[in-house]
Structures are given as C-alpha cells and as structure tokens.
Design a protein around this ligand. Structure first.
Ligand SMILES: [Zn+2]
Ligand SMILES: [Zn+2]
Length: 283
C-alpha cells in the first residue's frame, strides 16, 4: 500500500520530469503552450506502445509539445519536383524530378542526398535549439522525423552502415554531444515499434574521424567551403567499410561540401557507395 505522502512525492517527481522534457512555452516564439498542447510523459510512452503508423512521424505530430501551432505550420517539407541527386527542391512546383544545374556542372561524389524539410524559418530555429542551445530533448522527435525520411526514400536493405558526420574532438567537448548521432541512436527502437526490420544496419560512430579542426562553414560559398573542409576526415578501420553501403547522416545540407568530403574519404576506404540523409536542406 502506497502512502499518500509517497503518492504526492511521485506526482511531484513526474511533474518535474515533464517540465524538464516538455517546455511550457513554444521553443521558437516563446508563446505559452496551451495545456492540451503539452504532451504528458505517460502519453508519450503510450504512443510508443501502439505506434504503428507512419503518420505519427509527421512534423506536426512530433513537434506538438515543443512548438505552438503557428510555428509548427512554418515547416516546409521537401517534395517533388526535386533533383534526384542532391535532393534540392525546385521553386517551381510543376514538372518532373530532374538533375539540377549544380549537379550537372559539379558532379557529386555521394550517390544521392535527401532531407525531410527545408532549412528555413521555424525549422532552422528548432535545429539551432538542439545544436546551440543544448535542447537535447529535441533529438528524439527530430530523430523520428529523420527516420521517416529514411524509410520514405530508401529501402532498408539498401544500407549496411549508418555513419553520423563526426565533430572535431574540440567541438565535441565544447558542445557535449554530436547532434547527428543523437538523432540516429534510437532508430532501432523506433523501427521495432513500427515493425520495420533494421537489424542488419549498424550505426558506427568510430570509423570516420574528423582529424583536422575546421572553422565553421557558415557564411562561406561552396568553393570556400570545399577548401575549408578538404582532407578534414580520415578512416579509422578500412575493414569496417570495405564493400559496404553507407548512409551518412548530418543535421543540415548547405552546399554539400561536407557530405562530398566525407563521401570521398569513405570511398577511398572502398565503401560501395555513400548516400546522404540530413534533417534539413538549405535552398
Ligand atoms: Zn511558436
Ligand atoms: Zn542536384
């Protein structure tokens, strides 16, 4: 028999946990979230148990509890017509997918790149909250969004290894986490809940190493980015990636310079091919 005092203590702890995980204000515009917008922790676990539908992985569903309805509407999903290589969404909403001018003039080293959303407005702000403000509770819903893009664009038996783009050790120590890894680390559990077979895919955070410090790529054009990131990566153990099909994961695709440099390094280690999945795509 649990005493009233113990019950009260449990309730207090749950309320505190809830507050720690789900904010009372929208993470982007700081508007107060109505209580029905705030998910409860117990409801979140129930969601998991009966989680059998891909609609649950929509941005709207995943972000309720973190963002207000107005900010949720700021999300722009990537849709056709797009470039089948680099995944850029064309401004014109008419016509078929076709290779973009950029991919024709400078062919990519990776095979294909895809992202669920456009790097703009509220989605950009959400990614900044995770990356620069340490709101790591966002890694879970954003990881689910990334997973939904993965199963939407790839068949799960076309990839052997998932490689999050590594940070330089100095940046990793300063930030305390690698956002790309945080977004994929729960994929096995998410897949299990959706009855999707993922057991043959390995997540590897050791094989690709960032051995050279690079200044942030922000504000640089593609050419400068390519020079800045050149030879920044190396392979730890070639045996791990030889003849393997790799999915490289990162938070944002801007010019593709980082993705291409990682792909070059992984292919030099005899990977079969390198595909790229990022949470957001800059236009
Ligand atoms: Zn808002
Ligand atoms: Zn392209």
């Amino acid at each position: 028999m649990v005493s009233n005092k113990a019950k009260h203590l449990i309730r207090t702890i749950i309320a505190a946990l809830q507050k720690a995980v789900f904010p009372t204000r929208c993470l982007v515009c700081k508007a107060f979230l109505e209580s029905r917008q705030q998910k409860s922790l117990s409801q979140d676990f129930e969601d998991d148990a009966s989680f059998n539908c891909r609609n649950r992985l929509s941005f709207q569903n995943l972000m309720t509890g973190f963002l207000c309805p107005t900010c949720i509407k700021g999300f722009i999903p990537v849709k056709s017509p797009m470039c089948p290589v680099c995944g850029i969404m064309f401004k014109s909403r008419e016509g078929e997918d076709h290779v973009c001018g950029e991919c024709l003039t400078s062919p990519k080293i990776f095979r294909i790149s895809r992202s669920p959303g456009i790097y703009d407005r509220e989605f950009m702000a959400v990614i900044h909250c995770l990356k620069y403000k340490g709101k790591i509770q966002l890694a879970r819903p954003l990881g689910m969004l990334l997973f939904s893009a993965f199963i939407g664009f790839w068949s799960t038996n076309s990839i052997d290894i998932i490689v999050p783009v590594p940070l330089h050790i100095k940046r990793f120590r300063k930030r305390g986490f690698n956002q790309a890894y945080l977004m994929v680390r729960d994929w096995k559990r998410i897949a299990k809940n959706l009855n999707i077979e993922l057991s043959n895919i390995k997540i590897d955070t050791d094989v690709l190493i960032r051995n050279r410090w690079t200044d942030p790529q922000t504000g640089l054009d593609r050419k400068k980015r390519m020079t800045n990131i050149k030879n920044a990566f190396s392979i730890n153990d070639q045996a791990v990636i030889k003849n393997k099909r790799i999915l490289l994961v990162d938070d944002v695709y801007t010019t593709g310079a980082t993705a291409d440099e990682c792909a070059k390094t992984l292919l030099s280690g005899k990977a079969e091919y390198v595909d790229v999945l990022t949470l957001a795509r800059a236009m």
